[in-house]
Design a protein around this ligand. Structure first.
Ligand code: 3PY
Length: 254
């Protein structure tokens, strides 16, 4: 299966109206001719701005989390249907910062992904191990337990993206080597195929199209070697997505 690569920026809690304007319009101006799909995941208050600037371009946009609950009495939360109204294509769920700083469990992450799916959004589901887990040889078991709660409906739809983000490589400047990343990506792909096969033949066939991104300090200097791996279908880009030239360089490497 040929999978089109996806480069998605994760702005995290960064940006301002004026800085975003420059970054987004620069992207629109310079993203012609890119082979990969490109997206930016911005803070909630900037979704309208992203929609306005990107609406006639090939660049998609999305959010960085959403509520696992139905709309209603839930102060401070944002529902999938609201993201959909702002034209979001993607929404990140279960980034390690959400898991560690806000206590999101894998069960909650799976609920969020399900809400996204039901509203027609494509969740970018993040998984990854800590340094201690890697060093104790627990990496694959940790990933498996993070994937386990994902619902059959989501797996059958195959309208989701997985992102492998080793926690020890997030915001640390450390990157998994292409071989380390490929090993994990191959495991994740295999998990998806086996799980989908247990659901239905249709699910098994569709799951081959699901993209698995690498995230964790991907930058122009290491993008090419990571993206050359057979099971790395793109990147979820932190810091480098805030710098137009760096983000574009990664997009061009894909
Ligand atoms: C990083 O690049 O550090 C990220 O966390 C991307 O999501």
């Amino acid at each position: 299966t040929q999978r089109k690569k996806l480069i998605a920026g994760n702005w995290k809690m960064n940006g301002s109206l004026s800085a975003n304007q420059a970054l987004l319009s620069g992207l629109v101006g310079q993203s012609q001719g890119l082979v990969a799909d490109v997206a930016v995941c911005v803070p909630f208050p900037y979704l309208a701005q992203a929609q306005e600037v990107l609406k006639d371009s090939a660049v998609a946009w999305g959010a960085q989390t959403l509520s696992e609950r139905e709309p209603g009495a839930c102060t401070g939360e944002v529902a999938a249907s609201m993201l959909q109204e702002f034209g979001c294509r993607y929404v990140i769920v279960g980034h390690s910062e959400r898991r560690t700083l806000f206590g999101e469990s894998s069960v909650v992450v799976a609920q969020k992904a399900e809400h996204a799916r039901v509203s027609g959004l494509c969740p970018i589901i993040c998984v990854g191990e800590t340094l201690a887990e890697r060093e104790s040889g627990a990496t694959l078991n940790v990933l498996k337990s993070q994937l386990e709660p994902l619902r059959a409906g989501l797996l059958t739809s195959a309208d989701f993206v997985l992102a492998y983000e080793p926690v020890w490589a997030i915001g640390t400047g450390k990157t998994a080597s292409p071989e380390q990343a490929q090993e994990v990506h191959a495991y994740l792909r295999n998990w998806l195929v086996e799980r989908a096969a247990a659901i239905s033949l249709e699910a098994q066939q569709r799951i081959a199209g699901v993209r698995i991104l690498y995230g964790g300090s991907m930058k122009p200097a290491n993008a090419q070697s990571l993206l050359a791996q057979p099971d790395i279908d793109g990147g979820l880009i932190g810091g480098a997505s805030l710098v137009l030239e760096e983000f574009l360089a990664i997009c061009r490497a894909a």
